[in-house]
Design a protein around this ligand. Sequence first.
Ligand code: PEP
Ligand code: MN
Length: 346
Amino acid sequence: MKAQATPEQVKAVCDHIEQLGFRAHSLPGAQRTAIGITGNQGEVERGNLEELPGVAEVIRVSKAYKLASRDAKEDNTIIRFPGTDATIGGNDIAIVAGPCSIETREQAFTIAEKVAASGAQFFRGGAFKPRTSPYAFQGLGIEALQIMAEIRDAFGLRIITEAIDNESLELVVEYADVIQIGARNMQNYSLLKKAGKTRKPVLIKRGMSATLDEFLMSAEYVMSEGNYQVILCERGVRTFADHTRNTLDLSIVPAVQRLSHLPILVDPSHGTGKRNKVIPMARAGVAVGADGIMVEVHHEPEKAWSDGPQSIYPEQFASMMDELEQIAAVLHRRVPRGIHVEAATA
Ligand code: PEP
Ligand code: MN
């Protein structure tokens, strides 16, 4: 649409597309709104569309992923968290920190307090854990979600947690601010579609052997259902290298940014699996241009119920924040310190 197109003109174009039997996806950007068309079998007749008031041009997107593509929407997607100043995908670098799993209320609050004091805006913690072994700790489930909701109330931190199936997805939607889809579920298309039917931001972690196209197609699944708030996350892929748990593929950050308007985070914890490599790779993540860092933090990692060896101490997290702030400044970006939450109006 033209930059000066009115909301009524945008709506009229969407209505026209729906009348043709296709699906219209309105994608507002900083300069102008793009309207994606899906559901068409062959090429869409452009003649009539081009003549509708407010339309600037009709572009054919030949890539398999359309709504996720920069061809469909030029401006970066910025995800906002109502009632707060936190964003993901803008100039600010989002810092997501917390334990691998919520173990006890005390453990979660201890870690949340420390990461909040160092300026994190987002808290992560597993409630439903996709574990390699069925005998390993599977997560506290709803109890963990309730603990994280209390953490949001106490510290303002927005909550990111994983859904592993339809049941857990419904619960995560109810309690959390961002639905995480884990690496093992990146190609669980029914789960992606279900997340696409919600209106909560969805963070998709890259599958352990997913190509860039497959990664973007997972985002497309969510967007095709009308949920355009998608965040990608690189968390390492499987290679022959055995000095780390996975190989953190940082080059996917500029590769994604070239092809897609969606934000991308880097997770150096699962990406390396080793505490001593987490901070160097977090620094590199900011340097390469990631829109945020997701990191596992534990005050007693030697006692953690999952992923202790890759969890950094709260003191390390504090100094990492100072370093990331300086690296971000070189790129004219900002690591915000703390989240501002508007007072609730009764
Ligand atoms: C996690 O973030 O806790 C997690 C299980 O990550 P991944 O899906 O990347 O393995
Ligand atoms: Mn973990």
